[in-house]
Write a protein that binds this ligand. Structure first.
Ligand SMILES: Cc1ncc(COP(=O)(O)O)c(C=O)c1O
Length: 332
């Protein structure tokens, strides 16, 4: 079953609980909605992003504005970077975010897989350009600092997909802290619950940032300017927002550990759990029949697991997990 078929099945079934795609349910910050409402300037802007946007993101990351490029969502930043490094050996740990293969597919790039152990820890040994994502989708795991060290020691360059860096339960080390050969892909989709706004940033060494701006010019040309301005004006709320959303999703992950009778590695961030099942498609179908949509792990390269997005309130999640226990429990 591919992603399109899975979504078609979900649409047909119209389940009561949508725990499939990672569309955050927490309301966006009112300050951002207010800033968006005030926008009246819809002109073009520079391909690398508006100066005020680059400055705001640079100050949040402690880098120079010349190291920041606005992109139309994290996925666009990932596409730009995979294109920039298209002639190098690209590698990613399994299970993986399927978007990497969507991008590799249209650019006709190879993407090598790195095996992980039972705690979803990869062994970084091969030289190459790594595309990594921590906190991870689908597992929620975060790499300990020693693993990040192992990664930067072996990598020629790291494309660090940090879309969930603001949803962490016990700390997070970005490869950027340990090496300068790193480009971070950041997005406001998850932390501000605004995936439809399509706004993110690449934070990278200047030469790489310039290449990302070229990719912008060839694709969206100008990332949405009113959105950049609105987001730039509220970047200072990030620390508070980060604390709020992390706490909300941490609680849900903890409740999932109590309520869900399937085994999973406890997440250290993001808003997913990735429990083990006997057969992912059978569990998907049975859960759907019981009113819950989840995603088969084979979409992430692992048919012995399913992914549930923790994007409903606690009461609804309890009801959904009870249904999933009955649908997908039993011998594994
Ligand atoms: C791991 C990962 N990377 C990138 C993205 C893309 O996010 P966006 O393009 O909305 O910023 C997502 C979205 O779900 C994701 O889970």
């Amino acid at each position: 079953m591919d992603f399109a078929e899975v979504l078609m099945r979900i649409k047909e079934a119209s389940p009561k609980h949508r725990l499939d795609i990672g569309d955050p349910d927490l309301p966006p910050p009112p300050e951002l909605l207010e800033a968006l409402r005030k926008e009246e300037d819809f002109r073009y802007g520079p391909a690398e992003g508006l100066p005020e946007f680059r400055e705001a993101v640079a100050s949040a990351f402690g880098v120079e504005p010349g190291e920041v490029v606005a992109v139309a969502g994290g996925r666009h930043g990932l596409a730009a970077l995979m294109w920039v490094f298209r002639r190098r050996r690209l590698l990613t740990p399994t299970p993986y975010y399927p978007g990497y293969f969507d991008i590799a597919g249209v650019f006709e790039l190879g993407l090598g897989l790195v095996e992980t152990d039972g705690g979803w820890m990869p062994k970084f040994a091969e030289r190459g350009v790594y595309v990594v994502n921590y906190p991870n989708n689908p597992t929620g795991v975060v790499l300990p600092r020693e693993k990040v060290r192992e990664l930067v020691d072996v990598a020629e360059f790291v494309i660090s997909d940090e879309i969930y860096r603001d949803i962490v339960f016990n700390g997070f080390t970005s490869p950027m802290e340990l090496s300068s050969s790193v480009a971070v892909v950041y997005s406001f989709s998850k932390v501000f619950s605004v995936p439809g706004l399509r706004i993110g940033a690449v934070i990278a060494p200047r030469d790489v940032a310039r290449e990302v701006a070229k990719f912008n010019r060839a694709t969206v040309n100008v990332p949405p300017t009113p959105t950049q301005r609105a987001v730039a004006s509220v970047v200072d709320i990030l620390p508070r927002r980060r604390a709020e959303v992390s706490e909300a999703y941490r609680r849900r992950a903890e409740l999932a550990a109590g309520w869900l009778k399937l085994e999973f590695v406890r997440p250290g961030g993001a808003f997913y759990v990735f429990p083990r099942v006997a057969d992912d498609v059978r569990c998907f179908e049975a859960a759907l029949a019981a009113g819950v949509s989840l995603l088969p792990g084979s979409l992430y390269g692992d048919p012995r697991h399913v992914r549930l997005a923790l994007v409903e309130d606690e009461e609804r999640l309890r009801e959904a997990f009870t249904a999933v226990n009955a649908a997908c429990g039993g011998p594994r």
